[in-house]
Ligand binder design. Sequence first.
Ligand code: SF4
Length: 117
Amino acid sequence: MKRILVSSCFLGEKVRYDGKSKSLINDTLLLWKKQKQLISFCPEVAGGLSVPRQPAEIQQNNGLIITCDGEDVSRQFIKGAQRALDICQQHDIHFALLKESSPSCGSTTIYDGSFQN
Ligand code: SF4
């Protein structure tokens, strides 16, 4: 069975920086969940960050991932990304449903590092 990696917060897990979820519950997702096709994953938690945590953004000038209060969390983000890759390879995952705009999960848009939204 082909598995699908899904951002944990989409599945109602309270793993976001603010301690909340971003539930994306619909019939298709519920069916896939029932069929055990989904692998829930939060790269920020997997990288060792806590819930809640300070929001972080990727800096455009140097690629570092910095929280809004100036802490460099690049190491944790890279570790989370590596764990995501490991899981995808381990389960032969070809599809992922990921939360947009997150510095970890966003695939086409992320914030610009200035914390201006
Ligand atoms: S890192 Fe991804 S899965 Fe984790 S809270 Fe942020 S968007 Fe959701």
